[in-house]
Design a protein around this ligand. Structure first.
Ligand code: URA
Length: 238
């Protein structure tokens, strides 16, 4: 599919800066994962000022064919959960993205010696995407997003907890990857399903109180940068 058509279909709202970013991303040939298929993956949703950004791992097989994130089985599970809160999660409030821009060969997330690939990819794309769009809430789905976006490890210990991300000036909540939720549904681990559903409900029902009650969210960009300098000086003991 031509990139212009992908952008038109995936993004009901898109800023000029984001369009440039997405066109650059489309041309990325930086690593060996690109050759795995023909088009770099794009995000979907509000690409100008989303309230929520959901971040998964990488496109699956179905997603690659259509160049749309989370439209296969895992995506349907995620979207079904979001549809329970139609006032909160809508196409104009949500952006769905992934840690990796391309689907890795054999669907294996680069680890060990290859983790540098994931680090470089994140710096080039998803971290810049968060900085550009400044979502109020970042939702990480599964361990890779937890690690590469929140710098935390261990989904069981971290899920369901709000954490403020200084790097992005956004609130974040971690939950399970919907593929794991499906596997848990099929293997009788009902507590995983319950926790995933509770996490999404928690975001829908408490996000506003997190944002509204936090003075950092209402600072101008300039004030925020000053605040970061002050915090850095305090950390250094100055
Ligand atoms: N799994 C993910 O992590 N992302 C997708 O976009 C699809 C499946």
């Amino acid at each position: 599919m031509k990139i212009d058509e992908v952008l038109r279909r995936n993004f009901p709202i898109i800023s000029e800066d984001y369009r440039k970013f997405a066109l650059d991303k489309d041309k990325c040939r930086k690593c060996s994962m690109y050759s795995h298929y023909e088009q770099v993956g794009q995000s979907e949703g509000n690409a100008k000022d989303p309230t929520f950004m959901f971040i998964g791992e990488a496109l699956g097989e179905e997603e690659v064919k259509q160049n749309r994130p989370f439209i296969g089985r895992a995506g349907q599970r995620l979207r079904a959960e979001l549809r329970k809160y139609p006032e909160v999660f809508r196409r104009d409030t949500v952006l769905i993205s992934n840690v990796l821009a391309c689907r890795p060969p054999n669907n294996k997330f680069p680890a060990g010696d290859h983790s540098k690939i994931a680090e470089t990819c994140c710096n080039l794309w998803v971290r810049r995407e968060i900085k550009m769009l400044k979502p109020k809430v970042v939702v990480t789905l599964g361990n890779p997003a937890l690690k590469y976006i929140r710098d935390d490890w261990g989904i069981t210990a971290n899920r369901g907890q709000w954490k403020f991300l200084h790097l992005y000036r956004s609130w974040s909540l971690a939950t399970f990857h919907p593929s794991y939720v499906i596997r848990s549904e099929n293997s009788g681990k009902k507590f995983v399903v319950d926790q995933f559903e509770a996490d999404i409900e928690k975001i829908a029902t408490t996000w506003r109180s997190m944002i509204d009650g936090d003075y950092r969210m209402s600072l101008s960009e300039e004030e925020w940068q000053q605040q970061l300098v002050v915090e850095e000086l305090i950390k250094m003991g100055v």
